[in-house]
Write a protein of this length. Structure first.
Length: 283
């Protein structure tokens, strides 16, 4: 496996996009590990659709608002000459996919210099227990009857709360390990989420030929109760039918749950470095 120099790491921005109901701090463990490994530009992105009760806005943010904000963050790093890798958990895969529409992409870390500035690009997309959307997909549409109430019906024009009994499903890997106290603590850190964002439809076709030249990876949690492995496998199969078997790399975490960035941060940080190493090899 090729290794990244400290100088090369300085040319990369890693953007961590959370899932619904979760604040940026869910990525803090991953962020700290990456920074320890000399990645200086790590951004724990805030979803506008996810906020505490005290920070709720009227009207609540929609998927399009999340995508626009993520795009602004990505574009800011690109303007600084940084190549960008996005890591998206759960719902975050929808606005994350939408955000890079028409942005430059590249299949290696070898960048041209234009007026002494790197010609930067989005070079990687990692879907972490996430949804792989096609044009016209929304979260409610993709989950269908598997989305439990009250999230299935939602609160049009309002915010949703997660029922307390959903905690063990979100952190199923910790439950299997007997870490109920950790589950209770992290569940209390979760926030409210815009109902309308679950109806927002993606327009970007990431899977059509030539739409994305970078590296694609999907991380499957075999013990995920929110995006179960069989659902992940169906999405992966659909995606590979359009981009090819080798275009989307798949990593399977045997005991992984839905929030591996909290429960298994070393796995997530390692996957990011693995993807970047592959990009070095392609340079």
């Amino acid at each position: 496996m090729a290794t990244l120099s400290k100088e090369a790491k300085n040319d990369i921005a890693i953007i961590l996009i959370p899932g619904s109901f979760t604040p940026p701090e869910f990525y803090t463990k991953v962020s700290r590990q990456l920074i320890t490994n000399d990645f200086e530009h790590v951004c724990q992105c805030q979803l506008l659709s996810a906020c505490s009760k005290n920070d709720q806005k009227t009207p609540p943010a929609k998927l399009e608002d999340d995508a626009l904000y993520i795009r602004e963050v990505v574009s800011a790093y690109l303007s600084q000459g940084k190549d960008v890798v996005l890591i998206m958990n759960s719902y975050g895969g929808l606005p994350g996919t939408e955000a890079i529409k028409d942005l430059p992409t590249r299949s290696s870390l070898a960048a041209e210099m234009v007026n002494d500035v790197r010609k930067s690009a989005v070079v990687g997309m990692i879907y972490l227990s996430s949804f792989l959307p096609f044009p016209g997909d929304s979260l409610r549409g993709m989950m269908g009857d598997s989305l439990f109430e009250p999230l299935k019906s939602g609160t049009p024009g309002g915010y949703m709360d997660l029922p307390e009994e959903s905690g063990p499903g979100i952190f199923s890997d910790w439950i299997a390990e007997g870490k109920e106290d950790e589950v209770k603590y992290w569940f209390t850190r979760m926030v409210t989420h815009s109902s309308d964002s679950f109806d927002g439809k993606v327009t970007h076709d990431l899977w059509k030929e030539g739409a994305f030249d970078g590296k694609l990876m999907y991380i499957v949690g075999e013990n995920d109760m929110v995006v179960p492995a069989d659902l992940a496998d169906r999405m992966i199969e659909m995606s590979r039918k359009t981009v090819g078997m080798n275009k989307l790399e798949v990593k399977r975490i045997q005991k992984g749950g839905h929030c591996m960035h909290v429960t298994r941060p070393d796995v997530v940080a390692g996957a990011i470095e693995s993807l970047l190493s592959d990009l070095v090899s392609a340079s």
